[in-house]
Design a protein around this ligand. Structure first.
Ligand SMILES: C[S@@+](CC[C@H](N)C(=O)[O-])C[C@H]1O[C@@H](n2cnc3c(N)ncnc32)[C@H](O)[C@@H]1O
Length: 238
């Protein structure tokens, strides 16, 4: 049995630290709550839009596609997604203030108005979205939490996948990439027993049939320079 196939304890739902309680808020906090407040939602505003993101944050109707990127980092893929799909609403979730601002700034600088971002812990997505509210979901290079005692912090868990499946519309997909072989093996095992259907999986994305449609993210660039293969899966929400 591989290390990754052993069971880890299910995590407890972490409490969200409130931005307003920060002792020393940075400039990024001010930008989130002031200059970018039309596009960026802190952890107190975001759950109030549960079930009404399309109308309440994007001003679009209920049939408009709403895609989510989890852990946008510096936002290169997030901005690319917004620019490449102007007919879709693109929402990012980031826990850290600096990448949150980098992401929304990069998307808006691209001249598109179809991007919004929110600050929250992604393992609590059901605080933010109602059943069936989401279209496609992107999870690129999530923190791998390599040590056994840290596995409970990994985003990909059985209960997370059941929750995510319930929040997505039929006919949509999840794109998942990681450089971590151990985390990928762990994830594939959980994907295959989840309600999703695994339609794509490769342990070497850059030597696969899906290379041509891949967008190389900021973290991926670092891993590629180190000669590491990128692992990729697509999950269908039938
Ligand atoms: C390793 S970086 C990858 C960034 C980007 N996706 C890329 O490929 O370049 C992971 C990002 O996820 C964010 N993150 C980590 N845990 C998170 C969580 N529980 N909720 C929301 N964002 C999280 C981190 O702040 C960081 O920006």
């Amino acid at each position: 049995m591989s290390m990754a196939s052993e069971q880890a304890p299910q995590r407890q739902r972490p409490r969200m630290a409130l931005t307003r309680n920060l002792r020393r808020p940075t400039e990024y906090v001010r930008l989130m709550n002031e200059d970018y407040s039309a596009w960026a939602f802190n952890e107190e505003r975001a759950p109030k839009l549960r079930g009404s993101w399309r109308e309440g944050a994007f001003g679009v109707g209920g049939d408009h596609p709403l895609d989510l990127e989890i852990g946008t980092g510096n936002g290169t893929h997030f901005a690319h997604l917004a620019a490449a799909s102007p007919q879709r609403a693109v929402l990012g979730i980031e826990i850290k203030f600096k990448p949150l601002i980098q992401s929304i700034r990069r998307a808006l600088d691209g001249g598109k108005q179809n991007a919004r971002i929110l600050r929250y812990d992604a393992c609590r997505l059901d605080d933010l979205f109602a059943p069936g509210e989401l279209n496609n979901v992107y999870i690129h290079h999530p923190d791998p939490w390599p040590k056994e005692r840290q596995w409970k912090h990994r985003l990909i868990q059985d209960d997370f996948l059941v929750m995510l499946h319930g929040l997505m519309r039929p006919g949509t997909f999840v794109n998942f990439k990681t450089d971590s072989r151990d985390y990928f093996d762990w994830s594939i095992e959980r994907f295959e027993r989840s309600p999703f259907r695994v339609s794509r999986k490769t342990w070497d994305l850059h030597n696969s049939e899906w290379k041509g449609e891949n967008f190389i993210t900021a973290f991926e660039t670092i891993f590629l320079r180190q000669g590491l293969p990128i692992h990729y899966a697509r999950l269908e929400r039938d």
